[in-house]
Structures are given as C-alpha cells and as structure tokens.
Design a protein around this ligand. Structure first.
Ligand code: HEM
Length: 512
C-alpha cells in the first residue's frame, strides 16, 4: 500500500490533534476538571512509559517531581490518575481536617479483588458501613486495653521463644539474623491473636511465606494501569487464583479447628490455647455486616490474613532498624541498657507496663519511625466525592497518594534529618510531636485521621518489648566482616538491602 501526500498530511494532522487532546486530557482528567499539575504524558499511556523507562524506584522519581511540580501533583499512569500529596499542611487538611472526604479507597484491581473477596477487608473497604463494622470489631476484639492485657501471655510466650531462638542461632552461627527472627516472633503472636492457636514454627513459616507471595502478586502490575491489557495477563490471574487456593488450604483447617473448639469444645491436639471469645476469629464467626450478611470462610481467611500481613513486616522492620543504630552507636545502646536496669534491674522481668515507663526507649523507637518510616507512602486513599485540595479538584475515586516520608526528610521540619538522634524527642525538635498527626503533621508513620492504623499502639508494644528484652539480655555488636549497612531497598516496607547481622554477648558477667 502506498501513502500519498494527502494521507501523510491527514496522519500528521491526526497525530498533532491526538497530542493536543492528550495534553488537555492529562492536565484535566478529561473534563472541566482542574487537576493538580504534572508532567505532560504520552497519548494513551500518559506518564506510565516515562516512569517505567526510568528504571528507578518510584520513590526517587516522586522526590524529583516534587521539586518540579510542588507539594501536590498529578501523574497519569495509563488509565489511572494518581494525585501525589507531599506537603504536611495538605496531608493534615486531607486526612484530619477533611478526614471523611478523603477516607475512602480507590477501586481494587481484579487480582486484588480475588484476595480481598470483593473488598471485604478493613484496609481495602470503601469508607462506609462495611468498613465501619469491620474496623470497630477489630478494635474491640484486639486493641482495647482490656483485650491487650488479656492476651499479654501470648507475647510473653513468643518473646521467650524468641530469646531462646536467637541464643541458639548465635551459638551455632556466631551471629544473629535480626529480621528473620523478629518476623517469625511477631507473626507467631499475630497468628495466636487471630486463631487462638499455638502452632509449630514450620506452619508459621508456611503462612508467612504464602502471605509474602500474596503481597507480591497483589502489588501493582501493568494491567492495573492499562486494563485493556488484562487479557494478555491471563497467566497472572491463573497464578493468583492458585495462590488464593493455597492460602485457603493453609488457613481454613485452622479456622475449622477453632470453630470446633468454640462450638463443641473439641481440641484434639491441644493447639487451641486462647479461651473461647479471646481470639479475633471468634468475633468474626458471629459478625453480620449490614451490607454483606454473615461472613464465610473466604472472608475469615482474608480478614485474618490482613492482620498478619499488616502487622508483621511493619513492626519487624522497625525493630531491625532500631537495632542497627544500637549496634552502630554503642553509647545509645549503653544509655538504653542503663534505663532498663534502672527500671526493672539486670534480671528483672520486663512487663508490658514497664516499657511505658522507659522514655529513652520511647525516644529510640520514635526516632526509628522518623528516620526509617516502614512505608514511604500510606495506603492509597480516594475521595468519596469530587473534592478540593490545595486549590485543585480531586475527582472521586482517583488514587490519592500521601508521600509521608518527605515530611520526615524535610530539613525545614527536622534539623539534620538524616542523623539518628533519639535525644531530639527528649529535648529537641521532636519534643511533643504527635505521631498520630491529629494536632499537626511532623511524622505520621501510621497515617492520620479516619484511616490511621487501628493497631498502632499494639505495633509499638511489640517493638518496645522486643527491643527492651533483647538489649537487657545481650550486648549487640557488629559482625566484624559484615558491618551494618544503611542502604535501603523497597520491598512491601522499606527494608535493609543487606539484612542486619549482629554478634550478641550475654550481659551477665559484663560490667555496665
Ligand atoms: C509498626 C507497626 C505498624 C505500622 C508502621 C503501620 C502502618 C500503617 C499505615 C501507614 C497504614 C495505612 C494508613 C492509611 O492508609 O492512611 C496502616 C493501616 C492498617 N494497619 Fe497498620 N501499621 C503497623 C502495625 C499494624 C498491626 C500490628 C496491625 C494489626 C494487628 C495493623 C493493621 C492495620 C490495618 C487493619 C490497617 C487498615 C486500616 C484502614 O484502612 O482503616 N497495623 N498501618
């Protein structure tokens, strides 16, 4: 087929029109809308290909775009419109002052819907009656002070196992791998809180590994941005369904054993250890959210999995980063050890109420959250209706991403932000900081407002207990040929590129 001059002219004109239309579309979202500014995109794919071609983590790109486009900007990722908010005042306005408006979640991708059983999870439910029922039930069943107290034996049991395990590992290898151990311990606590069961380490590891795979497979992929490509990703959907099957096969037997225990008192292998009514799953058996009716096995698996996934890596990463700084800075570690000895003695049992009386420990953990927030973004938010933020229009349903890590990296807010200095929380720029963001946003590792992490106090308790117990029993030192390395990499949370290894020396016999 030959093209004549007129054909070429028409094609050229169409391309110019397409380009102009796209410029208009990517700047306005396709209508009269007044979206925040953003880099001009390509026809149909928007900024997606530009971002992929950079072959760098999204966070680095966002940092540069923030400098170019200011505190709030738009990225058109294929068909997905993403509004990125980086300014503390705008974050506070959206999440706290106008909380209900920005408290929803955007639509889930088809793969995510498989695992959330149609958004029946606290983290993914839209702002509405289902979310309210699930979140209220979760807080009542797991987070209220009475329930936390009632379940403190679970943490005691898991932390004792943890201490034995790291002692054995140190004996066998000459060092301890911090992250793996903390992850296993926290995961075992959350499994016991959910199912009321003590299960073998092997089974815990299996659950952990399946949930890791779920996180990987549900992280954004090309068809999430260009749904038109979904048929080409048929294999991924097949894999997702197979993984969901494995997740069900792994957790449903635990749920069935618990039901038999709750309904008939059966406990053949004595794995059910929490009294009836004390496990999270017990409350789900009778829950009937207004919009959904009674929940079934699929929903139970989703709701328990989200607790284990949300609470394990976030807390374990924080313990690992805190220990890295204690290993690198023996003076800070010495001060913490002294505080622990002053509070409970060298051999005293550290109880949950004791860690609340340790201001230096509190400062170390807060500084760890500031310097190494487990997530650089919150979960995606969405406006419930077209809304205004920073003078721009945010259409309902678009992805609103809060880049909260910038707040703690910002030298206008924190002095020497890259320095690890717990003292700033005792007498410096961290004094009086509200980590829930209610009174203002200076650090928000758990988010703020309606969607704030409902378990942040529990997460902090797990971290405080593990750090205090490990420092009371051992002096933590660098491994000579594998010193701590501050390099980060981005997994589900922001983790160490080279996981921390440390030599541990029992304190007994060491003079402080
Ligand atoms: C250090 C520990 C933790 C950190 C840093 C953390 C952080 C967060 C963040 C940033 C969010 C999203 C907030 C938003 O979208 O605005 C969140 C949500 C959530 N977290 Fe946590 N979390 C931690 C521990 C836990 C634990 C231990 C659990 C469960 C036992 C948990 C359960 C949840 C749930 C269910 C949500 C969804 C809330 C909703 O959408 O309403 N988290 N968390």
């Amino acid at each position: 087929m030959e093209l004549n001059l007129i054909d070429l002219f028409i094609i050229g004109l169409s391309l110019v029109f397409l380009r102009l239309w796209w410029r208009y579309w990517s700047a306005t979202g396709g209508g009269r809308k007044n979206l925040p500014p953003g880099p001009p995109g390509w026809p149909l794919v928007g900024n997606l290909v530009q971002i992929i071609l950079q072959r760098r983590h999204f966070v680095f790109i966002i940092r540069e775009l923030r400098k170019l486009y200011g505190p709030i900007f738009t990225l058109q990722m294929g068909q997905r419109t993403m509004v990125i908010v980086t300014d503390p005042r705008l974050i506070h306005e959206a999440l706290v002052q106008r909380g209900p408006t920005f408290a929803s979640r955007p639509p889930d991708s088809p793969i995510r819907l498989v695992f959330s059983v149609g958004k029946c999870a606290i983290n993914s439910a839209e702002y509405g009656p289902l979310w309210r029922t699930l979140r209220k039930n979760f807080v009542t069943e797991l987070i209220t002070p009475t329930r936390v107290k009632q379940c403190s034996w679970i943490r005691k049991w898991a932390v004792e196992n943890h201490m034995k395990r790291i002692k054995t590992e140190s004996f066998e290898k000459g060092f301890v791998e911090v992250m793996n151990n903390c992850r296993l311990t926290i995961c075992s606590i959350l499994i016991c809180l959910c199912f009321g069961a003590k299960i073998s380490e092997e089974r815990i590891k299996k659950i952990e590994s399946i949930l890791k795979d779920v996180m990987l497979i549900t992280s954004p992929q090309l068809p999430d941005f260009l749904p038109i490509l979904t048929p080409l990703f048929h294999r991924q959907m097949k894999e997702a369904k197979a993984l969901r099957k494995r997740q069900l096969e792994c957790l449903v037997p635990l749920i069935s054993s618990r039901r038999a225990f709750v309904e008939k008192g059966e406990n053949p292998n004595q794995e059910m250890v929490s009294p009836i009514g004390a496990a999270y799953i017990d409350s789900l058996f009778g829950l009937e959210p207004a919009t959904r009716g009674p929940l079934g096995e699929e929903e139970f698996v989703t709701l328990c999995s989200e607790i284990i996934s949300a609470g394990t890596d976030t807390s374990a990463t924080t313990v690992e980063w805190a220990l890295l700084h204690l290993v690198m800075n023996q003076e800070i570690q010495g001060k913490l050890y002294q505080e622990i000895v002053d509070c409970v003695g060298k051999d005293g049992d550290i109880k949950e109420e004791d860690v609340e009386k340790m201001p230096y420990l509190d400062a170390i953990v807060k500084e760890t959250f500031r310097r190494h927030p487990p997530g650089h973004f919150l979960l995606s938010h969405a406006a419930t209706k077209d809304a205004e933020l920073g003078g721009y229009t945010i259409p309902a349903g678009v992805h609103v991403e809060f880049y909260t890590a910038w707040v703690t990296e910002n030298p206008d807010i924190w002095s020497n932000p890259s320095e690890f200095k717990p003292e700033r929380f005792l007498h410096g720029d961290g004094v009086g900081v509200d980590i829930t963001g209610t009174r203002g946003v200076k650090m928000v590792p758990f988010g703020a407002g309606r969607r704030i992490c409902p378990a942040w106090t529990l997460g902090v308790l797990h971290i405080n207990l593990l750090v205090a117990k490990m420092v009371q029993a051992f002096k933590w030192l660098p491994v000579p040929d594998s010193p701590p390395d501050l390099d980060e990499t981005y997994a589900f949370t922001v983790v160490m590129k080279n996981p921390l290894k440390a030599v541990i020396v029992p304190r007994k016999g060491i003079e402080v």
